[in-house]
Design a binder for this molecule. Structure first.
Ligand SMILES: [Zn+2]
Length: 77
């Protein structure tokens, strides 16, 4: 008696999924601040927050930016 395993290789692709949305968030990196723009669907809104934040706190001028989107994996064929 023998045991046999069959593995099928199935191709998949991964693509950007615009229906999942997009977000941008900027984080102030000044030590002890910890403020962020919160996730914004419009990246310009996140940047506007950073400009206002530095306007109110001139020594808070460095930000970490995070952009996220969604991806969809589809089975080919
Ligand atoms: Zn700050």
């Amino acid at each position: 008696m023998s045991t046999r395993a069959v593995f099928r290789h199935i191709r998949h692709t991964i693509t950007h999924a615009p229906e999942g949305g997009f977000s941008a968030e900027l984080f102030c990196t000044t030590f002890g601040c910890g403020e962020s723009s919160d996730p914004q669907r419009n990246p310009n809104d996140a940047q506007e927050w950073a400009l206002r934040h530095t306007g109110l706190n001139p020594d808070h001028a460095l930000f970490r930016r995070e952009y996220t989107d969604h991806a969809r994996v589809t089975r080919a064929g």
